[in-house]
Structures are given as structure tokens and as C-alpha cells.
Design a protein around this ligand. Structure first.
Ligand SMILES: [Zn+2]
Length: 58
């Protein structure tokens, strides 16, 4: 099992649903893990999410 660093809040860009996703550290590819939105089922990639978060909070 991958190392769990915790959970982070994700907002789906397609339906706007906000949910908690596991923040998994898989060696160096932290930002490439796809997350399925539990509401619309689309894949939300964490790399754009990190970009968005860094824009909002960074
Ligand atoms: Zn969604």
C-alpha cells in the first residue's frame, strides 16, 4: 500500500462537487494521481488541482 499522507479537499471542475481525496505519496509522482469524482464519476487529475491550490493559497 502506498504511503498515505492524509486527505485533502478536492472540488470537481465538472460538477463542482467538493469531496475529500486521499493524498497519496507514490515516490516522486505526487501530482499525477487521478481521482474519480464520487458524484459525476469523472477523473479529476491532481496536477491541475495543485496548480489551482497554489494559485489560491500560494
Ligand atoms: Zn464531479
Amino acid at each position: 500500500m502506498n504511503m498515505l499522507r492524509g486527505f485533502k479537499r478536492v472540488t470537481c471542475p465538472y460538477c463542482g462537487h467538493s469531496f475529500l481525496a486521499a493524498d497519496i505519496e507514490d515516490n516522486a509522482t505526487v501530482a499525477e494521481l487521478p481521482i474519480h469524482c464520487p458524484k459525476c464519476g469523472r477523473i479529476v487529475k491532481t496536477n491541475w488541482l495543485l496548480n489551482l491550490l497554489s494559485r489560491l493559497f500560494g
